[in-house]
Design a protein around this ligand. Structure first.
Ligand SMILES: [Zn+2]
Length: 454
C-alpha cells in the first residue's frame, strides 16, 4: 500500500514524458519505457555515439511498430585487436508487454556499456572492443502499449516459437509456430545476423530466477556442465538468484524463445526473470538500484562470453611414420564431441584424425594413423557445444604457437622440432601464463556424477 501511494505521488509529480524528448533523469529512473520513449532514447544513443551504437529494426510488430535493435560494439574495428572474430551476445526484452522490469534490464544493460564507453570505463571498453552486443529492448511493443502479456492477436509470444510448439498444451500459443510477426522477426534476426552468438538472454518478470533449458522436458540440457558452471560462479560470487532448468525451476513450457535459442540455434540461453512485479507503470526505487544485482549478473555473463563454448588449442603434434599424436586443451567451459584434427591443402582434407571428445576445461591426447602427407596446413574442426544445433567451427592451427615434433624412421630416432625457436617458446609460455592469469575461474571443479541428477 505504501508503495502504491508513493507510486501515485510520483505519477502526479512527474510530467507525462513527451514522445519528442528523451526520458531524462528522474523520469528515466522511475518510469518504464513505452515504445515511443524507447524510440527517442535509442535514436539519441545512435546520434550521440555513432562510433559504438547502430540502430536497426528486426521488422515490425503486428500493428506496424519497429522492433528496434541496437548493435553496440567498437565499430572502428570489425575484429578483435588480434584479428580474430568478436564474440557475439544477443539479448531481448519485452516478450510479455506487461513485464516492464525485464524490458528495463535490457535497456540498462545497453546503457551500462554505452555510458561506460563514453566515460572511459575500462570494463566497458574491453567488452566493446571484443564483443558485439545485439539488444532488442522491446519485442512486444503492441502489448507494452496496452500493458498486457499478449500481443494484439492475444497470443503468448513466448509460446509461439518453432521448437516443440504447443507440446505442453499451452495457453494461447498462436495458430502455429511463428504465426506472429514479433516472434518470426526475432528468429529471423537470430538466424541471419547473430547465428554465431555465444550467449542469448531473454528478459522477463514474474518471479526472481534464471532459467536455462529445457522447458519442454524435465531433462537437464546436454551441455549441463556449462550451465551448472555458470550457476555456481554466479551464486558463489555475485547473487543468490536461483538458476535452474525451466521445466523444474518454474513449470513445463514449450515453444519458448529460450528453448528455441538453445535447441535450434545452439546458443547457451537463459530466461532472466528479474522481479515478481508486473502491471505497475513505474518503480519507486530507482531502476538502476532496483536492477543493480541483475545487471551485475549480466556483466559477468557478457564479460566472460569467450568461455561459453569449447575453445580448443593444439599444444603439440608428434608425427612418427604414419601415426600422428597430438595434445589438445579446451580453454572453454563447454564440452565438444566429434572433433577432428585435419591436415588441409586449400579446401581439401588430406588427412584427418579419428573423432575425439574434449571435456569442458580439460585436456586430451589422441593418436591416429594414416598419415602420409606434407605441404598442407593444420586445422581443428569441432562444435562449439554438444547440442546438435551448435555451430561448427573450423579453426586453423597457428603453427608458430604449436610444437610440431617429427620422428623420422629414415634418420634413426632423431627428433626435429620444427617451427619453434627458443624465443617463440618463451613467448608462447609467457602468453600461456598471461592467459592463465586472466582466467576468472580460479578453480576448476571436478564434475560430480550427482550433478547430472538435479
Ligand atoms: Zn514473461
Amino acid at each position: 500500500m505504501r508503495r502504491a501511494i508513493l507510486m501515485l505521488s510520483i505519477l502526479l509529480l512527474a510530467s507525462v514524458p513527451s514522445t519528442s524528448a528523451q526520458q531524462p533523469g528522474i523520469i528515466q529512473e522511475h518510469w518504464y519505457h513505452t515504445w515511443a520513449t524507447l524510440t527517442v532514447d535509442l535514436d539519441a544513443w545512435a546520434a550521440d555515439h555513432p562510433d559504438i551504437v547502430k540502430k536497426t529494426s528486426a521488422g515490425e510488430t503486428e500493428l506496424g511498430r519497429d522492433q528496434w535493435i541496437i548493435q553496440i560494439s567498437d565499430w572502428s574495428n570489425e575484429t578483435k585487436a588480434d584479428g580474430s572474430e568478436k564474440d557475439v551476445v544477443y539479448i531481448d526484452g519485452g516478450h510479455h508487454g506487461n513485464e516492464h522490469l525485464g524490458t528495463e534490464l535490457a535497456f540498462l544493460t545497453a546503457q551500462y556499456y554505452i555510458e561506460g564507453w563514453a566515460s572511459g570505463d575500462e570494463e566497458a571498453i574491453r567488452v566493446l572492443q571484443n564483443t558485439e552486443l545485439h539488444i532488442m529492448v522491446l519485442l512486444n511493443a503492441d502489448g507494452n502499449d496496452m500493458d498486457t502479456r499478449w500481443n494484439i492477436n492475444q497470443v503468448d509470444l513466448n509460446r509461439n516459437y518453432d521448437h516443440h510448439w504447443n507440446e505442453q498444451d499451452e495457453t494461447q500459443p498462436g495458430s502455429g509456430p511463428f504465426s506472429e510477426a514479433e516472434t518470426a522477426n526475432n528468429a529471423a534476426y537470430m538466424n541471419s545476423v547473430v547465428p554465431n552468438a555465444d550467449l542469448y538472454v531473454t528478459m522477463h518478470t514474474g518471479v526472481w530466477i534464471m532459467l536455462h533449458p529445457w522447458g519442454y522436458i524435465p531433462d537437464q540440457p546436454i551441455d549441463w556442465e556449462l550451465f551448472h558452471g555458470i550457476r555456481d560462479e554466479v551464486n558463489a560470487n555475485i547473487s543468490d538468484i536461483p538458476i535452474r532448468n525451466a521445466n523444474q525451476g518454474l513449470y513445463p513450457n514449450s515453444g519458448t524463445s529460450r528453448d528455441y535459442g538453445y535447441g535450434v540455434m545452439g546458443f547457451p540461453t537463459f530466461t532472466f526473470e528479474t522481479d515478481d512485479e508486473q502491471f505497475l507503470l513505474g518503480s519507486v526505487e530507482s531502476l538502476s538500484s532496483r536492477l543493480g544485482e541483475e545487471l551485475e549478473v549480466m556483466r559477468y555473463l557478457i564479460d566472460n562470453v569467450w568461455y561459453w563454448r569449447a575453445r580448443l588449442v593444439v599444444d603439440e603434434i608428434r608425427i612418427d611414420d604414419d601415426e600422428v599424436s597430438f595434445d589438445i586443451t579446451n580453454h572453454g567451459r563447454a564440452t565438444t564431441r566429434n572433433a577432428t584434427l585435419q591436415y588441409m591443402k586449400g579446401d581439401t582434407i588430406l588427412w584427418q584424425s579419428d573423432n575425439f571428445t574434449v571435456n569442458a576445461s580439460n585436456h586430451t591426447s589422441v593418436t591416429s594413423s594414416g598419415w602420409s602427407d606434407s605441404g598442407g596446413d593444420w586445422r581443428l574442426s569441432y562444435q562449439k557445444r554438444i547440442i546438435d544445433a551448435a555451430m561448427w567451427v573450423n579453426e586453423s592451427v597457428p603453427t608458430e604457437d604449436t610444437t610440431i615434433v617429427t620422428q623420422s624412421g629414415l634418420f634413426g630416432d632423431a627428433v626435429y622440432v620444427l617451427q619453434m625457436s627458443g624465443i617463440t617458446i618463451l613467448a608462447v609460455l609467457a602468453a600461456w601464463w598471461w592467459s592463465r592469469e586472466d582466467e576468472p575461474f580460479s578453480m576448476i571443479k571436478p564434475i560430480l556424477e550427482a550433478e547430472l541428477m538435479d
